[in-house]
Design a protein around this ligand. Structure first.
Ligand code: DSN
Length: 416
């Protein structure tokens, strides 16, 4: 086996990693689904656990030599249970898409109806968007938000009565409001539907006790572990005990093979971090920071989708507000050193590749230690970049200010 370290053996890869580290350090990361993990999480990810096969579950593995793997997976599960108050947890899903697919296959039959949120209203691709294979297998019916930007519960109930779904699915990737789990559960109970919440975006805010927790209320709750939860790239499924066997069988052997135990160890480390009191402070600051951005963008005269934010993100209609498309805004901000993403707005008249909106959030900047004062400054820069999206000199000048600011909030000094 090669005995050289990465730098000596593969300078091309090492150089790209170094440049990516520099990009992360010198930029303002505002894609709301991204975050920065701790060195301890990175260490677990890069550990020898990547060498091991361990199909199956604790005490029931197909291969030998899984005694330490069992310890690790057990810790991840126990910590996740403690964080969310879950009855049963499966930490093996490789990421968000397979996690949701496993739930559909575990609890439903092909052809069954699922009531899920429209993508342009804040839903997610894996919630039945027509481009996905899941949409060929299950019958997804889409609900929307109302004119005030809230989930229209009366309409949701009418749709549930009309379509008799086997599952009602909530949890969103661009929706910025709290979700009324109790009321949605009551609607599901009326029509005999299973309730599923995909809290991938807000998992960390729930763990940090800053948003309502659907785990005690809903049948199944999924979350990725790399967003607000600030762990490694991966997924997990939490469910009531009565669904445990079906969920576990759907993940393995139904959908996946050997679990990625290095990721599972890193999940366990991240959950330990999220159980610390400091994580609650972190989650609180994420929301405080988002509220500053909300105020500033209102002052600048932008249309905020859903009327504002209760969580970590904002969806802003830049096209109707400033005549700049989402793609133009994203590109200009990239030049200015601020990373966010173009995004559809509810019933967007434009195309997904050049939509009307941008979506941005505060989890990663908050991890860096940025607070209210920095949010005020950054909001000014975003607005300036959008209003001057064709002015490369202006964008370059914002970028040098961005670099100066980031120097005050070092990210991984140990790795530089
Ligand atoms: N790609 C993630 C997001 O940005 O919301 C979800 O899959």
């Amino acid at each position: 086996m090669n005995t050289q370290k990465l730098m000596g053996y593969d300078p091309q890869i090492q150089e790209a990693i170094t440049k990516e580290l520099q990009r992360q350090e010198q930029g303002l990361e505002m894609i709301p689904s991204e975050n920065f993990v701790s060195l301890a999480v990175l260490e677990a990810l890069g550990s020898v656990l990547t060498n091991k096969y361990s199909e199956g579950y604790i005490g029931k593995r197909y291969y030998g030599g899984c005694e330490y793997i069992d310890v690790i997976e057990g810790l991840a599960i126990e910590r996740a249970k403690q964080l969310f108050g879950a009855e049963h947890v499966n930490v093996q899903p490789l990421s968000g898409a397979p996690m949701n697919i496993a739930v559909y296959f575990g609890l439903l039959e092909p052809g069954d109806t699922i009531l899920g949120m429209d993508l342009s209203h804040g839903g997610h691709l894996t919630h039945g968007h027509p481009v996905t294979y899941m949409a060929k297998i299950f019958n997804f019916i889409r609900y929307k938000t109302n004119a005030k930007g809230k989930i229209d519960l009366d309409n949701l109930r009418d749709m549930a009565i009309e379509h008799k779904p086997k599952m009602i699915l909530v949890g969103y990737s661009a929706y910025s409001r709290e979700i009324e789990y109790e009321k949605i559960k009551a609607i599901a109970d009326e029509v005999g539907a299973i309730t599923m919440a995909d809290v991938a975006h807000i998992g960390g805010l729930i763990a940090g006790k800053q948003m309502d927790n659907p785990v005690p209320i809903f049948d199944v709750v999924t979350t990725t572990t790399h967003k607000t939860l600030r762990g490694p790239r991966g997924g997990m499924i939490m469910c009531k005990e009565k669904f445990a066997k079906q969920i576990d069988k759907a993940v393995f052997p139904g959908l996946q093979g050997g679990p990625h135990e290095n990721n599972i160890a890193a999940k366990a480390v991240a959950f330990k971090e999220a159980l610390e009191p400091a994580f609650e402070e972190y989650a609180k600051q994420i929301k405080t920071n988002a509220k500053i951005l909300e105020r500033k963008f209102n002052e600048f005269g932008y249309t905020l989708c859903f009327g504002g934010t209760d969580n970590h993100l904002l969806l802003v209609d830049v096209f109707s507000s400033k005549g700049v498309t989402g793609k133009q805004a994203q590109n200009a901000l990239d030049i200015a050193g601020i990373t966010l993403n173009k995004n559809m707005i509810p019933d967007d008249p434009r195309s997904p590749m050049d939509p009307s909106g941008i979506r941005f959030g505060t989890p990663a900047l908050t991890t860096r230690g940025m607070k209210e004062i920095e949010m005020e400054i950054i909001a000014d820069w975003i607005n300036e970049a959008i209003e001057n999206w064709q002015d490369n000199t202006k964008l370059a000048s914002i970028k040098s200010n961005v670099i100066e600011l980031t120097k005050k909030f070092p990210l991984y000094p140990e790795l530089s």
